[in-house]
Design a protein around this ligand. Sequence first.
Ligand code: SF4
Ligand code: SF4
Length: 180
Amino acid sequence: MVSMVLPMIRGNSSSRSCGDCTACCTLLGIQEIKKPAGLRCRYLKLLSKDGVGGCTIYKDRPSACADFQCLWLRGFGLRRHRPDRSGIMFTAGHSACPIPELQPQQSPQAPLMLAWECGADSRKSPLGGQVIRIMMDEMGFAVIVKKHEGGFSILSHSESALKKAHRVGLTVSEISGIPK
Ligand code: SF4
Ligand code: SF4
């Protein structure tokens, strides 16, 4: 799914690593360990001041965790847009997406990117808004925001994407509310 979209994503993933970021360990739902989406994983030990912490079952972590790479890790955005800093984690579609017909494999011309908010209104923060703007304004993708407080909204310059979103009752967010 991601492979056809990634060539369009700028950046170089070879020098990137998660570092202190553990955003996906809270945002994603992981079936294999019955972890609900949006709750911090019970196996995640927060980093102490001396840098000790992280996944306490790292060697035996589920394949869903081992295989997961957000788009930042794959090279999208600038270094300062790492999800724990920008408050936005991007995936190229996801089973959590509320508009299946806009998933990349269904609609390669106008695929959506799913922006997962790490905190309340992260999309409106300076770095969160900036990375969403890059995805929307420079890359031309529709962006579905999975809001921290629950629910989804869509940001897009594409009329067809907005029509599809409207059909499934998705809230259309004002682009003017997203900082550049
Ligand atoms: S959200 Fe991305 S950068 Fe952060 S830990 Fe997960 S894969 Fe790594
Ligand atoms: S099992 Fe480990 S890698 Fe997977 S979500 Fe939990 S802390 Fe993160």
